[in-house]
Design a binder for this molecule. Structure first.
Ligand code: NDP
Length: 607
């Protein structure tokens, strides 16, 4: 039973989402069983009454002594779900040992953004701090040994710092834009609530996009091919069905898909944890996409050596694109039917509107799996992304066979895109915390995007260069474009890595020089210097610079090869706006302060 505590009283309060108890001051008694407290290091939290105990509670003799009971909770591999469950069962079995340690690595609240906004904490406008402060336990005077369990040794401080860092590491997100499931605090067991806010124009938009997106792939093929490359309203496309579908194209597509699935299932590569699900479980994901890439390249090399007819891919490009589209459509229907039978807790929060067209498009089930085979995760990086690379190589083979050797432009664009794909595969585990994995269901939007859109629109430059060999780059042009691509890659990689490192461990000594703004979400500060002080999305800036470099390899004779950079600019501006709204909701005043400090969204001094 929780005891009533008065405002201003010093108490022991349990740090949300952890098993740690700290000294805190009661700021407000909300309804008798909830308090707003301020921890010693300044964080304000809303805490359930049974997690607020009198100051001398742990000083009492008897079975509450935490030192006798703490060992299990130190285990590194503990799941946050279990933390939550255990916490609710026995709040008394806790470790107050760090109560005086004044550890301040985590800031803000573990409450959900919406909840936090209603607490006094949300109203505080945080001042920027130096990122990754040294744990105060190091600099503060060593707590005096007392006979109470609140006494602390250096070793214990170190353990707790490590443990907190581990928590940060386990729950930190690299690039997701809506982390309702993050730090084990917002687990909401039970059925997923109905989706009430539509995106992409709701069911009508979803319906139209289901046709418009595949039509765009065909359109690009129809307006830019060997015969011509012009933006015309009616594309030149064949009128017979066999120009779109053939048994061979189906076999090649399915064979490629199966080949990648086989590599994915090999017990090679470590297993990584996903973010905690609603029920507290964390799915395991095999990290071997880069291995799959290397194996695919080796297989390509061997087949090329034995003169495999790779030009076939160019000659049957339209059939392969149609097959990939048809496959993703069929797969999405099957996924939707499967999702209808899935437990209600396994659905996606954004694809559960009850409208079949909308849910089919966005994706109804969050993590559809066949056994341990995760369909969404598999499709996200492997058949499509590696497929993009393989198609590029086949286009190179075609280019060589037609023109005797690779042009400079073709070499550049292939290498640029190879670098981009290799980077995505190398950092495969970054995807586990993105919206695509943690929020979006697996429906037509992702399935088509992964399997058809990426491989058959991102290869447009390569295809253009095969079809239009009259264009090539001079050495100077090539050098400038290479520099531009490297600049983009540097900004993209350095900014992503900086944020990832910060999210993984804000105490990373390498980040100490960076300034950050504390927020009301635990473990989440906002970088306000370094790359993230330049613009709000430096990674998008880098990505767009690379996109421009790829398109520039095609020269200025035609606009169609610039489709990628135009479409991508629109996509990232839209994405940035969505992310801005999510962060505004989540971080409140801290986000406003960040935006005040960092004025430009993507392009410095422009936008
Ligand atoms: P980001 O990686 O930019 O992630 C945005 C999130 O980062 C925010 O929600 C917030 O999440 C966190 N964040 C924002 N500002 C700060 C800050 N100042 N300090 C610390 N954290 C901050 O976005 P995406 O997931 O959209 O993109 C990931 C990468 O993928 C990008 O490089 C992008 O260019 C690329 N991309 C490529 C596409 C393609 O088709 N080639 C398509 C889309 C994206 P939190 O605070 O919760 O951590």
């Amino acid at each position: 039973m929780s005891k009533r505590h008065d405002e201003g009283q010093t108490v022991m309060a349990k740090w949300p989402g952890s098993h740690l108890w700290f000294h805190a001051k009661v700021l407000k008694n909300l309804d008798g069983d909830k308090y707003v407290v301020r921890f010693e290091e300044g964080t304000e939290e809303e805490i359930a009454g049974h997690h607020v105990l009198s100051e001398n509670y742990f000083g009492r003799s008897g079975s509450k002594s935490p030192s006798r009971r703490r060992s299990r909770s130190r285990s590194r591999g503990r799941s946050p779900g279990r933390t939550t469950r255990r916490r609710s069962k026995s709040p008394a079995i806790k470790t107050p040992k760090v109560a005086k340690a004044n550890l301040t690595p985590t800031r803000g609240s573990r409450a959900s953004p919406r909840k936090a906004a209603s607490t006094p904490a949300a109203k505080t406008t945080p001042e920027p701090k130096k990122a990754s402060p040294e744990p105060k336990a190091k600099s503060s005077p060593e707590p005096k040994a007392t006979s109470t369990p609140a006494k602390i040794t250096k070793m214990e401080v170190k353990k707790v710092v490590e443990q907190k860092s581990e928590v940060v590491h386990r729950y930190a997100t690299r690039s997701s834009t809506n982390k309702e499931l993050v730090p084990g605090l917002d687990l909401k067991p039970g059925a997923v609530p109905k989706t009430t806010e539509y995106e992409f124009g709701g069911p009508i938009g979803a319906f139209l996009l289901t046709f418009l997106l595949p039509a765009t792939v065909l359109y690009l093929y129809g307006v830019c091919n060997k015969a011509h490359c012009d933006l015309v309203f009616v594309p030149h496309l064949p009128k017979t069905l066999d120009a779109y579908f053939s048994t061979n194209a189906a076999l090649v597509f399915l064979g490629w898909f199966a080949f990648q699935a086989l590599i994915y299932m090999l017990p090679i590569g470590r297993l990584a944890d996903g973010v905690p699900l609603r029920d507290g479980r964390m799915l395991k994901y095999r990290i071997n996409a880069f291995f799959a890439f290397v194996v695919s390249l080796a297989a390509f090399g061997a087949a090329y050596h034995y003169k495999a007819p790779f030009v076939w891919v160019y000659d049957n490009y339209l059939q392969l694109a149609s097959t990939a589209t048809a496959f993703s459509l069929i797969m999405s229907v099957v996924l939707y039917i499967k999702a209808r039978r899935a437990p209600k807790s396994a659905l996606s929060t954004v694809g559960n509107s009850g409208n079949a067209v909308y849910d089919f498009f966005i994706g109804h089930e969050l993590n559809p799996r066949i056994g341990s085979f995760d369909l969404k995760y598999f499709c996200e990086l492997r058949p499509g992304l590696i497929g993009w690379m393989m198609i590029n190589l086949c286009l190179c083979a075609k280019h060589c066979s037609e023109h005797g050797q690779l042009s400079t432009a073709m070499t550049c664009v292939t290498l640029f895109q190879a670098l981009y794909v290799a980077d995505a595969l190398w950092f495969e585990d970054a995807i586990l915390t993105t919206n695509d994995i943690t929020i979006e269901g697996f429906g037509f939007m992702l399935a088509f995007g992964d399997l058809a859109w990426v491989p058959f629109t991102y290869t447009l430059q390569g295809r253009y260069l095969v079809d239009h060999p009259e264009h090539d780059l001079t050495n100077v042009q090539a050098a400038l474009i290479v520099l531009l691509n490297l600049l983009g890659f540097w900004i993209f990689r350095a900014s992503n890595s900086q944020k990832n490192a910060f999210r993984r461990n804000p105490y990373d000594p390498k980040l100490q020089r960076l300034e950050s703004i504390p927020t009301n979400v635990t473990n989440k500060s906002l970088l306000v210097s370094g790359w993230w002080g330049l613009v709000r999305h430096p990674n998008y800036l880098g990505d767009l610079i690379m996109a421009l470099a790829w398109c520039l390899t095609c020269g200025f004779n035609h606009i169609v090869p610039y489709f990628y950079v135009i479409y991508f600019t629109i996509l990232l501006i839209h994405r940035e706006r969505r992310d801005h709204l999510v962060c505004q909701k989540k971080y409140g005043a801290a986000w406003d302060k960040y935006c005040e400090r960092v004025k430009y969204r993507i392009f410095p001094y422009i936008y």
